[in-house]
Design a protein around this ligand. Structure first.
Ligand SMILES: *[C@@H]1O[C@H](CO)[C@@H](O)[C@H](O)[C@H]1NC(C)=O
Ligand SMILES: *[C@@H]1O[C@H](CO)[C@@H](O)[C@H](O)[C@H]1NC(C)=O
Ligand SMILES: *[C@@H]1O[C@H](CO)[C@@H](O)[C@H](O)[C@H]1NC(C)=O
Ligand SMILES: *[C@@H]1O[C@H](CO)[C@@H](O)[C@H](O)[C@H]1NC(C)=O
Ligand SMILES: *[C@@H]1O[C@H](CO)[C@@H](O)[C@H](O)[C@H]1NC(C)=O
Length: 489
C-alpha cells in the first residue's frame, strides 16, 4: 500500500517537474519570489526605487538568463530599447534586504547568445554593494540583531565634532514582558539626548523595526526601518557590530550599508555600556529537594539549575549563542512562589508566579503565570495569571540525570489507538521493515509490556506479530522495532 502511494507520488512529482521545465524552456529566467517586490535604495547619492517581478527589473529590462550559487544570483537583463545587456548580481541578506552589484549595459558580438559568462565577466567582486530595502517589509525579531539595554555616547562626523555623552541616552531592545514563548520583539528604541553646543544633536526617541541581520566575516550587519518616518530616504538604516568587540556600533546616515566598513569608521558611531540587571535579594527558599540540574521541556530543552533561592535557566536559540534568565525566590505561600525574573542583558526585571507540585522522583511539575511588573504577591500569584487554568496543564522540569524508578504496573497489554497521529514504532523516514516472510502471524496486535524483573522499563510495539514457535511459545521475531521507555515518574 505504501509502495502504491510512493509510485503515485512519484507520478505527481513528474508532472510538476515537467510543467516547471516547460515554463523554463519558454523563459529561461524566472526571478525568485524573495527578490520580487518594490525596493528602496540609495544609489550614487540618489533615492532609487526598483520594482522586480518574475521576469523583469525596472530600468534593467527583461531577464533573459540567470545562474545561481547558493543565495547569490546572477541575472542577465535585456533592455527593451537598445541592444545591450545588464548583468545584475544579487546576494540575499534577509527576507527584507538584498544587495546587488552590477555592470554597465554591454553589447555582445552578433551571433552570440547572451549568457551569464559573457555579460557578467566585467564585474569585479570587490565592487561596492548596493543595499535594497523592501518597501513592504515584514518585521523580524530583533533578538539576533540586538538585545539588551545600554547607555551610549555618540559621534557623528558629518554633523558635529566631539562626543555627545549624556547619562540618559539609552538603547533598549527587550522582549516584551509576559510573553515567554511567543516572544515578540520586532522593534527597539534609541533614546537620544541633546548635548549643548553640539549642533545636530537632539533629544528624542527613535523607534526602529528590525529587518534582519547577516554576517560578512566578523562584521555583523543588521537593517532597520524607522517606524515614525515616512520619508523613504530617512526611513531605512544599516547598523554594524563587530563580533569581537560589540561595545561599538556603527550606524549609517543614509539607506546604505556600504558606508559601514568597521564600527569605528562609520558615519555615526555609538559606544555602548551595558546597563546591568539589578541585584535582587532573595526573600524565600525553594523546596529543598528541588536543588540540582534539570531540563525544561517547555523551553527548547533549556538547562535549569536550581539552588535554595535561585532558578537559573539557560537556553540555546541557536548553536552559537545562549540566553540566561535568573529567577530569584521572593515570596512563597502554599504551592505558589513569586519570583523576580532577571535577564543578564539589562532588560527590565519583572515578577512571575510559579505553581509547583512537590517533586516526584525525576520530575517537577509546574505552571507558570504571566509576568507582571508589580512586586506584589496577590497580583503576581493571583490565579488569573495562570492562563491554562481550565485545562490545568503542567509543564515539566526533568532531572538531567534521571534514575529510573519502579513502575506501578506490570504485565502485557494489547492497545488500540485513536486520533490523527497514531504512535508508530517504525523508524521515521526510514525503510519499512520487509514483509514478514515465512512467519504466520496469528494476529497483529499493539503491545505494551512491562515485563523486566525490575519493572523499570516499558516496551511498546505498535505492530507486534503474535505467533507461536514449534513448542507453542509466543514469538515475535520483529520485536526489534519496539521502543523502550524508562519510568521516571
Ligand atoms: C519606544 O518608545 C516609545 C515612546 O516612549 C514607546 O511607546 C514604545 O513602546 C517603545 N518601543 C519599544 C520597542 O521599546
Ligand atoms: C544563578 O545565577 C546567579 C547570578 O548570576 C548566581 O549568583 C547563582 O549562583 C546562580 N545559581 C545557580 C544555582 O547556578
Ligand atoms: C520532596 O519534598 C517534599 C516535601 O518537601 C515531599 O512531599 C516530596 O515527596 C519530596 N520528593 C522526593 C522525590 O523526595
Ligand atoms: C487486541 O485488541 C484488538 C482490538 O481491540 C482486538 O481485536 C484483539 O482481539 C485483541 N487481541 C488480543 C490477543 O487480545
Ligand atoms: C500482520 O502484519 C503483516 C505485515 O506486517 C502482514 O503480512 C500479516 O498479514 C498481518 N497478519 C494479520 C493476521 O493481520
Amino acid at each position: 500500500m505504501n509502495l502504491i502511494r510512493i509510485v503515485l507520488f512519484i507520478g505527481v512529482l513528474n508532472i510538476v517537474v515537467s510543467a516547471q521545465y516547460n515554463q523554463l524552456e519558454q523563459n529561461k529566467c524566472i526571478i525568485p519570489r524573495i527578490l520580487q517586490g518594490s525596493w528602496f535604495s540609495w544609489e550614487t547619492g540618489k533615492p532609487t526605487q526598483t520594482v522586480i517581478d518574475a521576469t523583469k527589473m525596472s530600468k534593467r529590462g527583461i531577464c533573459v538568463t540567470m545562474s545561481h550559487h547558493g543565495d547569490e544570483y546572477s541575472f542577465v537583463f535585456k533592455e527593451r530599447s537598445g541592444d545591450c545587456y545588464h548583468c545584475v548580481r544579487t546576494i540575499i541578506r534577509t527576507l527584507n534586504v538584498f544587495e546587488k552589484v552590477e555592470g554597465p549595459c554591454v553589447s555582445i558580438p552578433q551571433g552570440t547568445e547572451p549568457s551569464v559568462e559573457n555579460v557578467c565577466k566585467g564585474i569585479k567582486d570587490d565592487r561596492q554593494l548596493v543595499t535594497l530595502f523592501n518597501e513592504n517589509f515584514v518585521p523580524i525579531n530583533c533578538r539576533s540583531s540586538l538585545e539588551g539595554v545600554w547607555h551610549f555616547t555618540y559621534q557623528n562626523r558629518f554633523r558635529f565634532t566631539g562626543v555627545c555623552n549624556k547619562p540618559d541616552a539609552r538603547i533598549q531592545s527587550c522582549q516584551t514582558a509576559g510573553t515567554q514563548f511567543l516572544i515578540q520583539n520586532q522593534k527597539f528604541n534609541v533614546t537620544y539626548q541633546q548635548c549643548e553646543g553640539m549642533e545636530g544633536t537632539f533629544t528624542g526617541i527613535v523607534e526602529y523595526s528590525c529587518l534582519g541581520d547577516w554576517f560578512v566575516g566578523k562584521n555583523h550587519y543588521f537593517a532597520v526601518a524607522n517606524t515614525k518616518e515616512s520619508r523613504k530616504d530617512e526611513k531605512y538604516r544599516c547598523f554594524l557590530k563587530n563580533r569581537d568587540d560589540d561595545l561599538y556600533i556603527g550606524v549609517s546616515i543614509t539607506a546604505e550599508c556600504n558606508t559601514l566598513k568597521t564600527p569605528e569608521n562609520s558615519p555615526e558611531r555609538l559606544k555602548l555600556t551595558p546597563v546591568k540587571a539589578e541585584y535582587v535579594e532573595p526573600g524565600c527558599t525553594l523546596p529543598q529537594n528541588f536543588s540540582g540540574e534539570w531540563v525544561n521541556t517547555a523551553n527548547i530543552d533549556a538547562d535549569v539549575s536550581i539552588s535554595e533561592t535561585h532558578i537559573n535557566e539557560t537556553y540555546y536559540p541557536d548553536r552559537a549563542r545562549y540566553r540566561r534568565t535568573i529567577y530569584v525566590c521572593r515570596e512563597r505561600r502554599d504551592n505558589r512562589i513569586m519570583m523576580a525574573r532577571l535577564t543578564v542583558d539589562g532588560c527590565q526585571k519583572d515578577y512571575v508566579c510559579f505553581d509547583f507540585q512537590p517533586r516526584h522522583h525525576n520530575i517537577i511539575r509546574y505552571r507558570k503565570g504571566l509576568a507582571v511588573i508589580k512586586d506584589d504577591f496577590s497580583t503576581v500569584c493571583s490565579w488569573v495569571q495562570f492562563k491554562n487554568a481550565e485545562s490545568w496543564k503542567y509543564d515539566l522540569f526533568l532531572a538531567k540525570n534521571p534514575v529510573p524508578v519502579r513502575c506501578p504496573v506490570a504485565g502485557k497489554f494489547n492497545f488500540t489507538q485513536r486520533g490523527e497521529h497514531p504512535f508508530r514504532t517504525r523508524i521515521l523516514g526510514g525503510v519499512t521493515l520487509s514483509p514478514r516472510p515465512n512467519i504466520h502471524c496469528k494476529q497483529n496486535i499493539s503491545d505494551l509490556s512491562v515485563c523486566d524483573t525490575d519493572q523499570k522499563e516499558m516496551a511498546v510495539d505498535e505492530n507486534y506479530c503474535l505467533s507461536v514457535d514449534h513448542l507453542g511459545r509466543p514469538v515475535d521475531i520483529y520485536s526489534k522495532s519496539k521502543i523502550i521507555f524508562k519510568f521516571l515518574y
